[in-house]
Design a protein. Sequence first.
Length: 290
Amino acid sequence: MLMLQVIDNKTALAAEISAWKKAGMKIGFVPTMGALHEGHLVLVKRAREENDRVVVSIFVNPTQFNNPEDLKNYPRTLDSDVKQLEAAGPDLIFAPTVNEMYPEGRIPEVPDINLGSLDHVMEASHRPGHFKGVMQVVAQLFRLVQPDKAYFGEKDYQQLAVIRSMSRQLDLPVTIVGCPTVREPDGLAMSSRNMLLSPEERKEAALISRALFYVRDNWNSYSVDELIHKATSMIEKNGRMKVEYVSIADSITLEPVSNWKESSSVRVCTAVRLGKVRLIDNVGLTTGED
Ligand code: AMP
């Protein structure tokens, strides 16, 4: 039986990858920023089922943080991450330092990607530079890991769309697999940032998914604007949370729709501030699943 290896340098990673490639093995890859929870582990298990070898990366990528406080506070729990992964069963954890990923501070350029609408809606407009950083690190990790399949969560729906678009435009030889959002029993989407919430905030946070589920379950009784208004009031009702946006958007372009006839597949997406923490979530409306 193979042991789970934790590798922090590119040379050792390259040696493993090249041996696997030579043996004709299919490689599955799950990029993460650590502070792992069941949402991450589901991606790893899916990768395990569909590939010969599985790599998980754990790297808190500074270039995708537009807020230095958020980067400083982001939870880092490598020891417990490794323990959790031992059960989920990847073959290798790649956990580089910032200097290993970006020697002498050099950040590899991503060729010009035309993200179209994805570049100006929701997270793109509220977190300037965020997706540029995401593309930089994911493109770099793809170069190092050379995965056949890479697994991303629908929890970060716009990110998934951005990665798909980048992979298409660069003709990357990788299949991007999107996986449904894993939720806590009260509906809150699992997130590494949830551990930064106080117990009261954690309870309050359940209102976010409750509001999104309300939109999903009532879309044919109200207009788009009415439901955006209702969801916003539901989330903000106790005065603890502040909505950055609630958007009901086409599930491909993520452009907001103004009425239900505009698109047959829409998602309701939100970003919310709760104390020092910013949480995002989204739910599909027509599929009946999320
Ligand atoms: P992160 O560590 O937050 O960068 O997330 C790493 C990967 O796990 C991304 O593809 C996320 O979309 C995915 N992920 C995070 N939370 C969840 C969740 N609750 N359900 C499914 N996937 C998730």
